[in-house]
Design a protein around this ligand. Structure first.
Ligand SMILES: Nc1nc2c(c(=O)[nH]1)N[C@H]1C(S)=C(S)[C@@H](COP(=O)(O)OP(=O)(O)OC[C@H]3O[C@@H](n4cnc5c(N)ncnc54)[C@H](O)[C@@H]3O)O[C@H]1N2
Ligand code: MOO
Ligand SMILES: [Mg+2]
Length: 424
């Protein structure tokens, strides 16, 4: 008799996975290779930035009090005593009615407390000495970049688990991190199952299709911050699949298979979990697509049986694999970022399962607008190409109308959220 599957609400299914103790490992990488890796430690300012008061302009460093009487009809004269290039340190202290010519980025000389821009002074020579005259009052501290104004020593700047973007690279370089402690990229094993599958390079033949899932999952794994170790395609043969999976499990902690998780005669994954004596956490989720997503645990290893249907496979990965990857990458917001958007189309049909529509999000007058990115069927591929979000339509007795505010899960975002599902 056909085994009856109990559909779990999405948040419960996600919760079961997140209850698993997930290992985190670190890896030191050179700064130049750190882009898009995830920080494995908090980055705190090792010193003040800048670490000396400096000039933000090319001009003259002077004492503000000497300009007290300067105004349009009253020029004040200063003798230029030194020239300060960026990277040098003044030898002379600026005294009353003295000025040091200073370049942008150069350390302020002692005695001076303001910089007047080059464009605002008149320069001239007298008795073989350089002078400037000023017709503008300056305030103490005006045009000075103060020590520590960018960062104070000890300040927390970037949190562990943050993705290293070009700005973070700049922060790391500023504090001398030529080696960076990052999260080790999780390696996820991957098989595509299905006797109907052709390699991408093969010509079509009747009844067969090219294997898109394997390549899609590899790309999703990379987008999430992991690496996929692709073990190839397997026919729907229980012995072949069992031994290939058993062998792969000696090499990886997370193993994804696509296909063969439903109730067809050649859907062999349920039997394989039995043979492996894996603990099946769930084999039905109250969502569409991806209702057949199956997750099992074997010792500390996680086995994902994602659907063969491409859209279901895609959604299953984003909901159930991505948070594990991001947790391994030290993120405390491992789930897809959730925002609200207004629907730009009607979905009149009620649905017994929560729908996750592959959607396109865009801004209209500053507000997020969501619409489907193509045909909303579990078996389709094309709508995935334009999807930058999943539109969440909770199950219920009524449909949704254009203008309704709905939750959307962002697919191309680095921030994430602590929990992506409220009550679904
Ligand atoms: N009687 C029922 N039939 C089905 C049910 C059900 O509850 N009762 N569930 C349906 C749902 S929902 C889904 S989703 C699919 C899940 O199918 P499987 O996970 O068992 O996957 P397969 O049967 O192996 O393949 C389904 C579909 O996807 C194509 N496929 C498979 N692998 C790939 C690949 N690597 N690249 C591209 N496309 C792939 C495959 O050719 C099939 O067309 O079951 C429903 N049936
Ligand atoms: O798992 Mo199926 O995708 O719900 O169509
Ligand atoms: Mg099937």
């Amino acid at each position: 008799m056909l085994e009856k599957r109990k559909p779990l609400p999405i948040h419960e299914a996600v919760g079961k996975i997140m209850d698993i103790k997930i290992d985190q490992e670190t890896e030191i990488v050179p700064l130049k290779d750190s882009l898009n890796r995830f920080l494995a430690e908090d980055i705190k300012a090792k010193h003040d930035v800048p670490h000396f008061n400096r000039s933000p302009y090319d001009g003259f460093a002077i004492r503000a009090e000497d300009t007290r009487l300067a105004e349009t009809g009253n020029s004040i004269e200063f003798e230029v005593i030194e020239k300060l290039a960026a990277g040098t340190v003044a030898e002379k202290k600026v005294g009353p009615f003295q000025a040091s010519r200073i370049m942008t980025g150069a350390q302020m000389p002692d005695g001076a407390d303001t910089v007047i821009m080059l464009e605002l002074v008149k320069t001239y020579e007298k008795n073989n000495k350089d002078y400037i005259s000023i017709k503008r009052k300056q305030h103490s501290g005006e045009n000075v970049s103060f020590k520590g104004e960018d960062a104070k020593q000890g300040e927390l700047l970037v949190q562990k688990g943050t993705i290293i973007n070009p700005g973070v690279v700049a922060v790391l370089a500023t504090f001398g991190y030529h080696q960076v402690k990052t999260a080790k990229k999780p390696v996820i094993g991957l098989f595509a199952t299905g006797t109907e599958l052709l390699e991408v390079s093969e010509e079509l033949v009747p009844g067969k299709i090219r294997n898109s899932n394997a390549h899609m999952i590899q790309a999703q794994a990379e987008r999430a911050g992991a690496e996929a170790k692709y073990y190839g395609q397997l026919p729907d043969d229980i012995d072949i699949c069992y031994s290939a999976i058993k062998q792969a499990l000696t090499e990886v902690d997370i193993l994804i298979t696509t296909g063969g998780v439903s109730v067809g005669d050649y859907d062999i994954m349920p039997d394989i979990y039995k043979r492996l004596e894996a603990d099946v956490l769930f084999n039905k989720v109250a969502m569409r697509p991806g209702s057949v997503t199956t997750v099992a645990k074997l010792d500390r290893k996680i086995l994902y049986g994602l659907s063969g249907n491409p859209s279901a496979c895609y959604v299953g990965f984003e909901l159930f694999v991505r948070p594990v990857i991001r947790t391994k990458l030290f993120s405390d917001k491992p789930h897809l970022r959730r925002e609200e958007a207004w629907l730009n189309v009607d979905f009149p049909k009620a649905n017994p399962f929560t729908r996750l529509i592959r959607g396109n999000l865009s801004f209209e007058q500053g507000k997020l607008r969501a619409e489907p990115s193509g045909l909303d069927k579990s078996s389709v591929v094309m709508s995935l190409a334009g999807a930058n979000a999943l539109i969440v339509l909770p199950s219920g007795t009524r449909g949704y109308q254009k203008g309704d505010i709905v939750d959307v899960l962002l697919l191309e975002d680095y921030e994430g959220s602590k929990g992506a599902f409220k009550g679904v």
